[in-house]
Design a protein around this ligand. Structure first.
Ligand code: DX5
Ligand code: ZN
Length: 204
């Protein structure tokens, strides 16, 4: 007999806590976790800003393009030797290329990608160690944001990790214009209000 495989569909989980939701399902006896990679595109016209915290981003370009990703942001730490090819590839699949850097990576490492003939269109400055939501914002990362904003007035500069009403002003005044927020939005009683507070701070 074929073995039973019970696969909770993560599409119905609490997305703000994906890691703990996955852990909870495994603990409760799930065999598999079912991931509907295509289904989000079917259900929304929204810009899907995809942050690939993977060691081999090139393997994901084609599938992410097919699944309907809008932006494809890879980490510089794992693309030191092939970022030119990667950017080219991302664009050829109709996505907007972005590069991200971890807290320990100097901002100088991403400048060549912004200045390239075929450049990235977004820089994502991590304000926590990548991994999970709900961590504390690292204000010392704002030096990177300021350096980028000074050099590139029109670049999309994204911040990710610990952003919410109490940290947004620091990030916005440093020059960040794309704000990723997980727990502060999904954990709020009034998420729409949090979104509007974040927007007001960026728009000044
Ligand atoms: C962290 C991820 C974030 C995270 C943000 O590795 O890149 O996008 O989910 O969550 P908060 O806003 O809760 O810090
Ligand atoms: Zn992220």
């Amino acid at each position: 007999m074929a073995a039973a495989k019970i696969a909770p569909s993560m599409l119905s989980s609490d997305f703000a806590n994906l890691a703990s939701e996955a852990e909870r399902m495994v603990r409760l006896g799930a065999d598999w976790l079912h991931m509907d990679i295509m289904s989000l595109r079917k259900h929304t016209k929204a810009y899907l800003d995809c942050h690939l915290m993977v060691t081999n981003p090139s393997d994901y370009v084609e599938p992410m393009g097919k699944a309907g990703a809008s932006g494809f942001t890879f980490h510089i730490e794992v693309a030191k030797d092939n970022w030119q090819e990667l950017i080219q590839n991302i664009k050829s699949k109709g996505m907007r290329p972005g590069v991200s850097l971890r807290p320990g990576t100097p901002v100088e490492d991403v400048l060549p990608l912004v200045e390239a003939e075929n450049p990235v269109e977004l820089v994502l400055v991590m304000t926590v160690e990548p991994g999970f939501g709900g961590q504390k914002f690292m204000p010392e990362m704002m030096d990177k944001v300021r350096t980028l904003r000074k050099k590139y007035p029109c670049l999309d500069i994204e911040v990710d990790g610990g952003l919410g009403p109490s940290t947004i002003d620091v990030a916005a005044s440093a020059g960040a214009n794309c704000i990723v927020a997980g727990s502060s939005i999904f954990g709020a009683a009034d998420p729409g209000e949090v979104i509007s507070v974040l927007r007001k701070s960026v728009e000044g």
